[in-house]
Design a protein around this ligand. Structure first.
Ligand SMILES: Cc1cc2nc3c(=O)[nH]c(=O)nc-3n(C[C@H](O)[C@H](O)[C@H](O)COP(=O)(O)OP(=O)(O)OC[C@H]3O[C@@H](n4cnc5c(N)ncnc54)[C@H](O)[C@@H]3O)c2cc1C
Length: 397
């Protein structure tokens, strides 16, 4: 396993629990990638909605993907319970429309999910109730999904690492993999090298997502690393915390460059928003995210920002995960496109299933007709930046 995020740890856990000898090589620390840095929104469904998936892939395939997403959400909850992972899991995700034009389509979609997929955890939230729930006039209404929720992402990662180790997996931190070879012909082992040593294995899982770098150049055109940023305020006065998020739900808004926020147990506002597409984070991260926070909550102008951080995630052009295999022994799961808490946990489980001989569910994702980013490995950057800037401008309309 290369990478100790949700994907690598989940695959390690599943395989070790079934008696496989598992070694995880992690460049930094377990959970140091996106899995420990994310916004903690445990979403429901795939990153693309079912209408889009049905139009793209047909009803049956789309339903298979919906079922995987349902199971992914349940998998996280089940692991939290079974391994006693203390990660502050709270139910409820509020989708908030920053323009009224989204509301009709959202209502219709909620109705479709209830009717055709039997999913009845969604209810509409009108403008007045939204104001009462969030203490801001920034949103026109939306819907509440009680099947989704939020959690402490790093604690989930560390809990998964402990769970994998409890089944015998061995995690080597500060062990960046610099190259690998082999594994493409049946019976041929894979040899994985770090600066200090090597591991010989029957199977290799590349679970590097946005941090893949140059390790496997053939995967680069299929995904694009982008950076996203979050801040944590100082603990808020209880009355203020209740006013800006009465029920402590996860809030995700309708912007293309999405804002997402919730409260921590010690009443900090954890606010995520803003991204960039370079190899560097903005110089003043607190100011970068605070600007977006103040657009939603101008009244928080005097609140101290204690922390700000960023992480790198991998998106695909189709905004669906990119799974695959090379020959007999090399597998990958990546490109969750910002929707990875549930799906990367599931991705690791599906890779493990496939290695154990049943690739049917893995192939539901591996067969997706993905499209490469135009421009190849080097020139895809300008095309991505132009595209992202165009869509982020639409947020202003
Ligand atoms: C700021 C931010 C906010 C997000 N918010 C949400 C959210 O609210 N909800 C949601 O569902 N998703 C969210 N995501 C996405 C989600 O975090 C990811 O999809 C998910 O964590 C991917 O898990 P992973 O294990 O595949 O990758 P990662 O967690 O990134 O793990 C990859 C690991 O591979 C290691 N690695 C890479 N190369 C090597 C190498 N050569 N040798 C050894 N190790 C290596 C890295 O160090 C890293 O630890 C967010 C992401 C970011 C960055």
């Amino acid at each position: 396993m290369v990478g100790a995020g949700y994907t690598g740890l989940s695959a390690a856990l599943e395989l070790a629990a079934r008696g496989y000898r598992v070694v995880v090589l992690e460049a930094w620390r377990a959970g140091a990638g996106a899995s420990g840095r994310n916004g903690g929104v445990l979403g429901m469904g795939q990153r693309r909605d079912q209408d889009e998936l049905e139009g793209w892939l047909g009803h049956e395939w789309a339903r298979g993907l919906w079922n995987l997403a349902l199971e992914a959400n349940a998998l996280v909850r089940e692991r939290v319970r079974r391994y006693d992972i203390d990660c502050d899991l709270v139910d409820g995700e509020l989708h908030a429309a920053h323009r009224p034009r989204y509301l009709d389509a959202w209502n219709a979609y909620a109705g479709r999910l209830a009717r055709d997929y039997g999913y009845d955890r969604i209810r509409a939230v009108g403008r007045d109730e939204m104001v009462a729930m969030l203490g801001t006039e920034a949103y026109h209404g939306g819907y509440l999904d009680t099947g989704a929720g939020h959690l402490h992402p790093l604690n989930l990662s560390l809990g998964l690492a402990r769970a994998a180790e409890s089944h015998g997996a061995v995690i080597y931190e500060r062990s960046a993999v610099v190259s690998y070879q082999g594994g493409t012909r049946a019976g041929e082992p894979v040899v994985v090298r770090t600066a200090a040593g090597s591991v010989r294995a029957d199977y290799l899982v590349l679970a590097c997502n946005g941090y893949l770098g140059h390790l496997e150049p053939t995967l680069a055109p299929w995904q694009m690393p982008i950076n996203n940023f979050i801040l944590a305020t100082a603990p808020l006065d209880p009355a203020l915390a209740r006013r800006i998020n009465r029920d402590n739900v996860a809030v995700v808004d309708s912007r293309f460059v999405v804002n997402y926020f919730h409260l921590s147990p010690d009443r900090r506002l954890i606010f995520g928003g803003g991204e960039n597409y370079t190899t560097r984070f903005p110089h003043d991260l607190k100011a970068f995210v605070r600007r977006r926070m103040l657009e939603i909550y101008p009244s928080l102008g005097q609140v101290t920002i204690d922390h700000a951080w960023g992480g790198t995630l991998a998106i695909t052009l189709r905004r669906m995960p990119h799974f695959g295999r090379k020959g007999h022994g090399v597998w990958w799961a990546q490109g969750y496109s910002g929707h990875g808490i549930a799906m990367a946990n599931m991705g690791g489980k599906l890779v493990a299933e496939a290695i154990m001989g049943d690739a049917e569910r893995f192939d539901l994702l591996a067969r997706l007709p993905h499209v490469r980013f135009p421009g190849g490995t080097l020139l895809r950057w300008p095309a991505l930046v132009a595209g992202m800037l165009y869509y982020s401008l639409l947020d202003r309309l």
